[in-house]
Every structure is written in C-alpha cells, then in structure tokens.
Ligand binder design. Structure first.
Ligand code: ADE
Length: 426
C-alpha cells in the first residue's frame, strides 16, 4: 500500500498533485498560530526531539500540518495517520509528503479497514512517542502491536474521549506507558472545546445544509465544554436552543445560562436541528427518531460516530438518498424524512474544516511542548495518565495573550502578601 517519495517520506494519500494547494492553506493557517510558530523557532535551534520517531494519529488538517512541521523542526521523524476517516484534508496530506518529507497515511473517505491499516503503517516505524486524538493508536499498540510497546517512552492525548479511554485503561491496570492528557490543560479545553467546537460545529451544519439558524430550534445533547460552546454560538445566531443532559450539575448550569433543558424524548418532538456532543453512544435512538418532525436534521460533534444509532435509523427507514453533499435523507415508513449530516461523524471536520487555527494554536502548542516533556522525562514517569505540567499551561496562556497584544496586571507586593496570609479578615 505505502509508497515512498523522493524525499524518503512513506505515504498512502489520495493525490500528490494536490500538494501545492495544500501548502498555501497550511501557510495561511500558520499565520494564525503564533504560539506554535515561536515553539517551532526554538525547536529549530535546540532540536529537543532529535532521534525520536513520533507516531501521530490526528485529524489531518492545516493546523495539524503546522504541528507536524514543528515536531519535525525539533528533530523528530514524524509518521502521521488520520484520527477519523472523514476528516482528512487530502491537499494537506499531499503537501506534508511533498514539501515537508513527512510520512502520511490518510485518505479522506477511507473505510474502517484502511483506517486501521494506516494506523498500522505509522506504527511500522517503531515510534518512541505517540500522539493520539481519540486513543485508537494507543488501543492498537495495546492490542495487535504489543511487541512495539517496549520502545515507547510516552505519549500525549488530544481529546476528552481519548482521555476517558486511557483513564479506563489505567484503572484496569493495563496502561503500558505514561501519557499526558493534553485535553485537560486549561489552555486546551477552555478554548478548543468551547470556542473551537462552538464555531466549527455550527460552521459544519451551515456548510452542509445552508440552513438559517435564526428562529430554529436547535437541540444540543451534552453540556460539557463542547456542548456549552455550541449552545452559546447557536444562540448567538438567533436559534432557540434546547439542552439535554444526564448529569444534574451541567443541566443546572444550562438552566441558569438561560437555556431550556428537556429530556431528549420531549426535545425530539420539537427540535429542528439535533447536535450530539456527549461522548456516549445511542444519544439519539429509535424512540427519538420515531418522535422527530419531518425534515429534522441530525449531526454529531462528539469524537466517535456512536452518538446517533445509525443502524436503528437504517432499519426504520424505507430508503436513503444523498440530498446534498454530506447530507443523507432517510425516508421513514410513515413518510417523514430525517436528515443525517456526515454519516454521524464529527460534523465540524467532515462538513467543515475543524476548529480555526487560532484556537488550535494553543492545543498544538500543548502537544509540541508535551512531546518535548515526554522526551526529557523518558524513563522517569510511571504508567499513568498525567496532567499537563502547570508551567506549560500557564506559559501558553501568557504567550497567547502577548501575541494577541493583550496586557494584564501584576500583583503589588502588598497584594502578594495578602493572598498568602490568613490573619487579615474584616
Ligand atoms: N480537532 C478539531 N479541529 C481540528 C483541527 N482544525 N485540526 C486538528 N484537529 C482538530
């Protein structure tokens, strides 16, 4: 399957001729990634990843390309595969191979078999560090490719779902190497999950359907950081937003943020657009499809395509057809038509371009610095899921503010003492 390019990069991509178009878009994204750029400049000088082979399973986007270029600038040999069969930007994959000599195994629209073949192909390079988005790479290493575990010193994980999987692996006593949960850095999930998912999910819905959001009843399933972002942005466009939850705390928060909160059974009857972001399976299922209005639109912005029970939808329907690129219409036996965007896969990456570069700047600055941290601490960490070191997190926030031209105050010496004392009260 894999080919080798003139610059020795191995690859399996759609079309190398797309490379120049991809490069233009990667360079455009780089302009919005000043924090990552500054890391790249330091990496070029210091080569902190010299001698490291790094296998990355990430969405192959313009932002990821800038991360891959940064890791390479730091001396790493980078092997990249997709973390979702529908998120690969084929021009970006081509550019990384042709212009950066990075090995890429990713084709937009690849089936599950090829998806896993591509994961296997990145692992063939016998990496020391893994970089994952959803933990499929780590799961493969802990399954079929256990023989490669001994050479791995550590890894990083990008997303909420991946961190949940890894913590489950750790809890079962099965995690074989240390992993930093990049997702849990404040400079990651407060921004990427909220503002990134908020904007890019609505972007995906609109690009796929061209629906007017104003006046539309948008049902947001899950009020975690991603759900909050989507609810906030949908409201900003004039949608009447309904939130569904299973956890009383975020449900209460949604109520006090001014959203209507309903069980899905009730929301299903009135929603125009349904967006799932829970990380759980079967959030929209038979009982909900039965209640939905003719023309209801469904999509998912959670990591895996398990949130909408597509098997049930298919069983219930009398036929399915593509009515627009990325939109399948399922005709129910009673004549109602239900729409599904992007096969229930991440709508923001399948139907749009994922989070904008400015927010990925912080997420991927965390990734680059945590890869460096893993190399520096090789052998010194336990087989656990670690938090991002606080200095890395705070340093990224400081640098991002500086790049945005935003100044903040400093504590006076008196304030410093006051904050560290218990004796002064009323
Ligand atoms: N996840 C969400 N948006 C992304 C992007 N633009 N690039 C890589 N991963 C992403």
């Amino acid at each position: 399957m894999a080919k080798t390019s003139g610059n020795k990069a191995k690859f399996d991509i759609k079309d190398i001729k797309l490379a120049d178009e991809g490069k233009k878009r990667i360079d455009w994204a780089e302009r919005e990634m000043p924090v990552l750029r500054s890391i790249k400049q330091r990496f070029e000088k210091e080569k902190p990843l010299k001698g490291v082979t790094l296998a990355a399973c990430l969405h192959v986007t313009t932002e990821t390309a800038n991360l891959a270029r940064t890791l390479k600038a730091g001396g790493a040999r980078v092997m990249l595969c997709a973390s979702n069969p529908l998120s690969t930007q084929d021009d970006v994959a081509a550019s990384l191979v042709k212009h950066d000599g990075i090995s890429v195994f990713a084709r937009n629209g690849e089936n599950n078999k090829v998806y896993y073949q591509h994961i296997m192909a990145t692992l063939e390079a016998k990496p020391q560090i893994t970089m994952d988005d959803g933990a499929d790479l780590v799961a493969t290493l802990h399954g079929e490719r256990r023989d490669l575990l001994k050479s791995i010193v550590g890894g990083t994980e990008e997303t909420t779902t991946g961190v949940i999987r890894l913590k489950a692996l750790e809890k079962d006593g099965l995690l074989e190497y240390p992993i930093v949960a990049v997702n849990d850095a404040c400079t990651k999930h407060f921004f990427d999950n909220r503002y990134g998912t908020g904007q890019s999910t609505i972007d995906g819905v609109i690009r796929a359907t061209n629906l007017l959001m104003a006046g539309r009843k948008v049902v947001v399933a899950g009020y975690g950081w991603c759900g909050r972002g989507v609810a906030m942005r949908a409201r900003g466009m004039g949608a009447r937003v309904i939130v569904t939850e299973i956890d009383p705390l975020p449900a209460l928060e949604a109520v006090m943020d001014g959203f209507e909160v309903l069980p899905m059974k009730a929301a299903a009857k009135i929603g125009d657009v349904f967006i799932t972001l829970t990380g759980n399976r079967d959030v929209l299922r038979k009982e909900h499809f039965e209640a939905m209005k003719d023309g209801a639109v469904m999509c998912n912005s959670g990591h895996f395509n398990v949130e909408i029970d597509i098997t049930a939808l298919e069983k219930m329907s009398a036929g399915k057809k593509e009515v627009r690129p990325m939109v399948d219409e399922f005709r129910m036996k009673d004549g109602r038509r239900l729409m599904l965007i992007g096969e229930g896969r991440l709508v923001n990456l399948a139907a749009a371009e994922g989070h904008p570069a400015s927010v990925m700047d912080m997420s991927f600055a965390n990734q680059a610095l945590c890869a460096e941290y893993m190399k520096l601490n090789a052998g010194g960490l336990q087989k656990k899921v670690y938090a991002v070191p606080a200095e890395i997190d705070a340093g990224i926030a400081r640098l991002k503010l500086k790049c945005m031209g935003v100044g903040i105050d400093k504590l006076t010496p008196e304030q410093e003492i006051y904050l560290n004392s218990w004796s002064v009260g009323t």
